[in-house]
Design a protein around this ligand. Structure first.
Ligand code: DCP
Ligand code: CA
Ligand code: CA
Length: 407
């Protein structure tokens, strides 16, 4: 299946947060990191400071030599982490397949959910607008067909950028003549070795693939693939059962006001989550309902209770939370689980395992149903009864080819 991936990266992140919070710094060369009389390096600097040649990672002495008139300050990592949480919330509204790779950057796979939000361009624009209006910061957004192309797209027009790389052919035209270092996985050392062998550009890699493979073996093969624009890496949401939460959500193509129907979707989600945690041998204490209304207002409602791994409990808790909220048309429903505990020292018996595995297969069917809905719109299930939904699913010819989305 063709994929659509968005990469978001904040502009001059630490420096931009400091300028936001201290407006008198706007327009000045600001260097965040060590102070000039300390040992240490530049964490980042404003674009004004970059025009003096200052860069991340440069020793602060070097930076001071280039830009003595700069404003120097220490980073406040705690503050940036809090801002980062806010940003992740803004970006995470468009898909549950989202991978944050650092405080200021993330990948969103919107292949399935994109249509519900008017497509990739409109999501990208919305992310830029909301990042500015809600967090007071600018970001650069790239749309790609793979992770590498999305990241290169976001870098292409920095700062405050917006760019799309629709396919491998376009990518190659764009980067074919550039230095090999632009390819994902080629660091300083590898680049140097390539240069020494007369391989300078991305196109040189493609034209000298066998040399590259001879030099770097399997890694060389991967480099050549990436140079040709083939990047099969998947956006992989981070899930740490010990500390974090496990969530699954569903975005509708139209806003839904039928709460019975919404509950049938919650039932499917509850089943899928329950199967997943039981296979992992986990119980969960806190169940959170996530809702995005048609006007993009997002709310969450949580309830904590005895640790459970049962779909019926997860469902009834989420359904009760749904009953407690404003009855307005809804764009997205989701459930997330947190507060995990290990199965109270009780190992799953072989029989339990077999049961969970067979449920997993059934859940795969249920989740294909969700995927189908994503693809064809909520209309595929009219009344929302799960039974009817499954009947329809089993008569839907495209179902068996649907790719299951990673949790
Ligand atoms: N950072 C750091 N040390 C580095 C590189 C980065 O401490 N050597 C921190 C400070 C940056 C943040 O990570 O603000 C994000 O890094 P980026 O590489 O994304 O750089 P910026 O966001 O600062 O600038 P831009 O992305 O606009 O180039
Ligand atoms: Ca950045
Ligand atoms: Ca970054």
């Amino acid at each position: 299946m063709d994929r659509t991936i968005i990469h978001v990266d904040m502009d001059a992140f630490y420096a931009a947060v400091e300028v936001r919070d201290n407006p008198e710094l706007a327009g000045l060369p600001l260097i965040v990191g060590a102070l000039p009389d300390e040992r240490g390096v530049v964490a980042t600097c404003s674009y004004e400071a970059r025009s003096f040649g200052v860069r991340s990672g440069m020793s602060i002495k070097d930076a001071y030599r280039r830009c003595p008139q700069g404003v120097y300050m220490h980073p406040d990592i705690k503050k940036y982490a809090a801002v980062s949480d806010e940003l992740h919330k803004i970006w995470g509204k468009y898909t549950d397949i989202v991978q944050y790779v650092s405080l200021d950057e993330g990948y969103l796979d919107i292949s399935l959910s994109g249509k519900a939000f008017g497509g990739a361009k409109s999501i990208a624009r919305e992310i830029k607008c909301r990042t500015l209006s809600e967090a007071g910061l600018t970001c650069s957004v790239g749309i790609g067909y793979s992770m590498m192309s999305a990241k290169l797209a976001s870098e292409e027009k920095k700062p405050n950028g917006f760019f799309e790389i629709p396919d491998a052919k376009y990518l190659l035209e764009l980067i074919g003549g550039r230095d090999v270092g632009i390819v994902y996985g080629i660091g300083k050392k590898t680049a140097e070795q390539l240069h020494n062998s007369g391989i300078h550009t991305v196109r040189d890699i493609i034209e000298n693939e066998s040399t590259v493979i001879r030099m770097f073996g399997k890694h060389g093969g991967q480099i050549a693939q990436l140079a040709r624009g083939i990047d099969i890496r998947e956006v992989t949401p981070y899930y740490d059962s010990a500390a974090k939460s496990l969530g699954r959500e569903h975005t509708f193509q139209q806003d839904i006001a039928d709460f019975d129907y919404l509950k049938s979707v919650l039932r499917l989600i509850a089943k899928e989550l329950s199967t997943k945690i039981r296979l992992d041998g986990l119980y969960v204490k806190t169940i959170t309902l996530k809702i995005t209304y048609g006007n993009m207002k997002q709310i969450t409602r949580s309830k904590s209770g005895n640790a459970t791994n049962q779909a019926s409990t997860i469902y009834s808790t989420a359904a009760a939370l749904l009953d407690s909220i404003d009855k307005k048309p809804i764009r997205l429903v989701g459930i997330s689980l947190s507060g995990f505990t290990e199965s109270d020292s009780r190992q799953l018996s072989l029989e339990d395992m077999a049961k969970a595995e067979s449920e997993k297969k059934k859940t795969a069917l249920d989740s294909r149903l969700l995927d189908l809905q994503r693809k064809y719109g909520a209309g595929i299930i009219k009344t929302g009864s799960e039974l009817e939904a499954e009947k329809r699913l089993s008569s839907a010819p495209t179902a068996s080819n649907e790719k299951k989305e990673p949790i």
